[in-house]
Structures are given as C-alpha cells and as structure tokens.
Design a binder for this molecule. Structure first.
Ligand code: ADP
Length: 596
C-alpha cells in the first residue's frame, strides 16, 4: 500500500512537473505569437503615425480652417480627404475646429458622415491640442466601427486652428488572428477587450468593472454606447511567470502579455492548454507504463531467479537426501554384511558340530546295527544250533539202542537245519555286499520272498502276518535286486515297528501296473506318520524312535535307492488308518524282455 501510495504521489508530482514543462513550452510558443502580433500592430500603427502631422500642413486643410464657412473650401477639403484616405488605406480622415466640431471628412458623402459631429471629448483631440499629438483607440460614436485614431494640430501661420485626425481600421489584422489553439486579445488600460480573435470577448472586461473604471471609460466614450460586461474567468499561476486563465465552460489558457505603451494597450496571447495537458498526460502515462513494464520485467526476472534457486535448492536437497539414503543403505548393508558374516561363521561352527554329530551318530548307528545284527544272528542261529544239538544227542542215543532208522531221521533233520542256517548266512552276505550299481530286470516275487525269509523271525516275534497281492501275472521291474530287497526289508521293518501295540498287526503288500510304471504299496495299521512330520521322515538321521533303537537312515537310504532306479518313494496316511508307503518302479520294457 505504501509503495502504491508512493508511486501515486510520484506520478502526481511528475504529472505536475511535466504539465509545467509543456505549459512553459506553450507559453514560449505564445511568446512567439505575441511577438508577431505586436510587431504587426506596431508596423500598422507606425505606418500612420506621422501622417496626420504631414496632412495637417497641407494648404487645403489650413485654408479650410481659416475660412470654415466657405463651401468651396469645405468641398475642396472633403475631396482631398477622401482621395487621401483612399490612397493611404485609412478608414477615415477628418478635420476638426478648435471647439471640436468637424468641418470636413473623407466620409462626407456617406450616411455616417462625421461632418457636424463634435468629438471634443476624445483624448486624441485634447492631446493633439495640448501635446501636439494625440492617439486613441475606440469605437466610433458615429460609425460604430472600431479604429485607431491619430490626431495632429493644424497650425496656420503659427496659430493653432484645429486638429486633423486619421482613423485606421484594425479589423483586417484582427481577422488574421485566431484559427489556431490560441486567441489574441488586446485590452485597454482598464482591462476591457478592444480587439479579440474571439468575437464574443469584444468589449468585455478581464478586470472587475469598478465604478471608477466605468467613469474613466465613460469620459472618453471609448466604447460609445456599447454595454460592457465582465468575462467570467479565474486567474491562477501554474508556476512563477506562468499565468493560467480559466474561462468556465470554455477553456483554460496560458496567458502571455506585452504592453504597448505607445499605443496605450496591452496585447495578450491566450494559448489553450488542452494540447499541453494531453501531451503531459500522454508523457506521464507512457512514463508510468514504462516504469510498470520495467518493474514487471524486474519482477519476472526476480521470479525466474527465485524459481531457479528453488529448483536448485530442491535438486540439492534431493541429492543430499539421496546421498543420505545411500549412506544409510550402505550402513545397513554393512550391518547386514557383518551379521551375515557372523551367521556364516555360526553356520560353519554349527556345520562342524553337525558333522561331528553325524559322525558320532553314524558311529552309534553302526554300533546299533552291529547290536541288531548280533541279536538277529544269535536269535537265528542259536535256535537251530540248539535243535541240532538235541537231534544229534537223540541220534547218538538211538544209535546206541540200535534204532538206526530213527537215528537217520534225526540226522536228516539236522541236515535241513544246517541248510537253513546256510541260507540265512547267504542272505546276510547278500545284504552286506556292496550293491551292484548296474540295473537289471528283476521279477518282484523272488525279491519279496527273500525279504520274507530275512524278516521271518520278526514276523514270528511280533505275531504279525504279511498279506501279499502281486497280481495274476509275474511283475518285472528295472532295479538292482539286492538293493530293492534292502528297501523292502527297511519298509517292512518300519511297518512292524509301527504295528507294535496295534490291534491289527497285518501288513498288506500289493503290486499295481500302470502303463510303464509299477507301484508296490505297503500298508500297516499303526499310528501312521504324524502330519507335522511330512516329508521330513525321508531326511537322513530323522527318527522318532528311542536312542539306540532307530538310526534314521533307513528311509533316507531307501529313498535314494529308489531315485537311483529312476523311480520314487512316497508316504501318506491311509484313510482307514495306518501308514501307506508307495514304491514306484519302472516296468521292465518289452525290448528288455525281447533281449533276454
Ligand atoms: P528308523 O527306523 O531308524 O527310525 P527310518 O528312516 O527307517 O529310521 O524311519 C524314520 C522314521 O519314519 C521313523 O523313526 C518313524 O517315525 C517313521 N516311520 C517309518 N515308517 C513308519 C510307519 N510304517 N509308520 C509310522 N511311522 C513310520
């Protein structure tokens, strides 16, 4: 607001200064006009100034004044004056007697003839008589025409006889004025307009018409009977020596004036200020516009700079933010890295411990297997051995008694028992043998029977039974017979373990042929595999059996063996209870069969 007020004040001040400047300029133009006008007027007056004196010396004039009643002399004077007025371009020339009566006039033969008129009241007459020269401007009382009067005394033989007057017309000069944005006004000493380019102002006063003024004017009858009035106006000063005149409902003018003391009047030039004021307004408006434009430009540039600075600041802060985030991230990554290193170290330590544990477990497993094996072997071999001893002792007794036939029978039993032990030992050897990596075509039934033979003692011990369903036709698969048997022994052994304590201890083993795959499914009626364990039971060393009992290696080894065969091993809990293990095997191909 303060800025706006300042700007407004500045604009006003500037407007005033500029207005004064243009008004001064107008005033200078006015001065020129004024000089021209005064020069013209002076020239015009100068042309006639000396003429009355000259004419007054003419004999025809002197003769008239010596004998005023002589008609011939009056006529001669009239003719002379008319001719001379025509020659000089004067309005009127006339001769007055000492009492002011007009004797002869150039306009003697017109309606407004001055002859007989008495103009003794006119200053030009009085001055001519008293001072030898008279000058006056006035409206003719007879002709009612304005004019400038020059009077000169007429002397005859040194005696004052009368006055000769030349009246000149100033209308032409007045007509040449005006037309521009100025008015030329000639005022008398009382401030009353005598000549004016504006006809309305004629005989109107620019000074208050005081009674004294009116009285002075009335005495000379300068304006005859014309009623006088004032021009309503107001005078102000825009600056020292810069006078302004405002005429209400007309215009405002710059006034320049020059008095012409010789002529007794003042020449004024009034210049209309409208164009100067328009120029000032235009200049100030243009100036203001320029200032506003400049301010706007400065503002725009500042705005742009600010925007740029803001953008740079944003970019800088974004960069700093990014750098900070990168630093944070780097620090985080460093921390994670350190943590990872720690974890790796921990993992390594754990692995080492695990390896150690594994080694320990394997060792323990080996020992457990050895124990199991020893138990199995002692169980398998002790009974037949005890039976063999009994049969042998019986055979001795029978031989002593001479019952050879009975003794033979006993010896036969002994032989069969030894055969059985040989068979068991062979199976054990097979089991222990390094599995042959080569896959062959194997018939299922013999492998299952071999497994049954190995596991016979377990079945006997637990009272469980194995229900077989291998289908009508012999099923042949691609496998290693010893390893397949090993897998079956494992699964059946686990199933027997699970069936311990179960009401139904029977196991079902059935074979299914589907396309080129054979599935061997073993089901028991135990508790099944806990849902939480899932596939973990196939992990090495995973066992739920008590320490020293389970190794947790059986299923893992079996799983890998099945993978080696190009088949698989999976488990699910049977809807009717118990676990169901499925072995998947490739069926022996026709080409294989053909090759055999
Ligand atoms: P181990 O028999 O020495 O424990 P395995 O690898 O043979 O090792 O078996 C792993 C685990 O799988 C067993 O401890 C047992 O929890 C589970 N399992 C195996 N077979 C059965 C089954 N028929 N019924 C229920 N759980 C079983």
């Amino acid at each position: 607001m303060l800025c706006l007020a300042g700007m407004l004040g500045g604009a006003l001040w500037l407007y005033q200064r500029v207005t004064v400047y243009y008004l001064t300029e107008a005033s200078a133009r006015g001065e020129n006009t004024l000089r021209l006008a005064t020069a013209t007027l002076r020239g015009q007056l100068a042309r006639y100034e000396r003429l009355p004196e000259l004419l007054a010396q003419q004999r025809v004039i002197g003769n008239l004044l010596v004998a005023p009643d002589t008609m011939a002399r009056v006529a001669a004077a009239n003719q002379y004056l008319r001719a001379t007025a025509g020659l000089l371009g004067a309005s009127d020339i006339y001769v007055m007697q000492l009492d002011g009566n007009t004797l002869a006039a150039s306009n003697f033969d017109t309606d407004v003839s001055f002859i007989g008129g008495n103009f003794a009241f006119r200053p030009y007459f009085l001055d001519a008589l008293s001072e030898g020269q008279g000058r006056f401007f006035a409206l003719g009382t007879t002709s009612l025409k304005r004019g400038y009067y020059f009077g000169a005394p007429v002397r005859v033989d040194g005696a004052l006889r009368g006055v000769l007057v030349i009246k000149i017309d100033l209308d032409e000069i007045e007509n040449a004025w005006g037309g521009g944005d100025y008015e030329v006004v000639v005022t008398d000493p009382e401030g009353i307009v005598f000549l004016s380019s504006n006809p309305e102002w004629r005989f109107r006063a620019l000074q208050p018409l005081t009674p004294a003024r009116l009285a002075r004017t009335g005495a000379t009858r300068r304006y005859a009977t014309t009623p006088l009035s004032e021009i309503p106006h107001q005078m102000t000063a825009a600056a020292p020596e810069l006078a302004l005149m405002t005429v209400p409902e007309a215009a405002e003018y710059v006034v320049v004036a020059e008095p012409m003391p010789d002529a007794g009047w003042t020449v004024n030039v009034l210049l209309n200020t409208a164009s100067a004021r328009v120029q000032a307004r235009t200049t100030v408006s243009v100036g203001l516009l320029l200032v506003v434009l400049a301010a706007l430009s400065v503002w725009i540039v500042r705005q742009q700079r600010q925007a740029l600075a803001e953008r740079l600041h944003l970019q800088r802060s974004a960069r700093e933010d990014l750098e900070r985030r990168v630093a944070e991230r780097t620090a985080q990554l460093g921390a994670v890295n350190t943590a990872l290193k720690g974890e790796v170290a921990e993992r390594r330590a754990t692995e080492t411990v695990l390896r150690q544990t594994q080694a320990d477990l394997i060792q323990a497993g080996k020992l457990a297997a050895l124990g199991q094996m020893s138990a199995a072997l002692s169980h398998e071999f002790n009974q037949p051995l005890a039976a063999t001893r009994n049969y042998a002792e019986n055979a001795q007794l029978l031989l002593d008694r001479g019952r050879v036939a009975d003794a033979r029978e006993n010896v036969g039993r002994i032989v069969s028992l030894v055969d059985r032990m040989t068979r068991i030992s062979r199976h054990l050897r097979n089991f222990a043998r390094k599995p042959n990596a080569k896959l062959t075509e194997v018939e299922l039934a013999p492998v299952i029977h071999a497994m049954q033979e190995i596991m016979a003692w377990r079945f006997e011990a637990t009272g469980a039974e194995l229900k077989l369903d291998l289908g009508p036709a012999p099923v042949r698969v691609v496998a290693g017979p010893v390893r397949l048997q090993q897998v079956l022994v494992n699964l059946v052994s686990n199933a027997l373990d699970a069936s311990e304590g179960a009401a139904d201890r029977s196991l079902h083993l059935r074979a299914e042929v589907k396309g080129d795959m054979v599935r061997l499914i073993l089901r028991d009626h135990g508790p099944g595999v806990s849902p939480g364990l899932g596939e973990r039971i196939f992990d090495p060393f995973f066992s739920t059996k008590g320490v020293g009992k389970g190794l947790g290696l059986g299923l893992s080894i079996s799983y890998n063996i099945m993978r080696d065969f190009g088949g698989g091993l999976s488990v699910r809990n049977h809807p009717g209870g118990g676990a169901e293990f499925t072995l998947t095997l490739r069926a022996a191909s026709a080409s294989l069969e053909a090759a055999e």
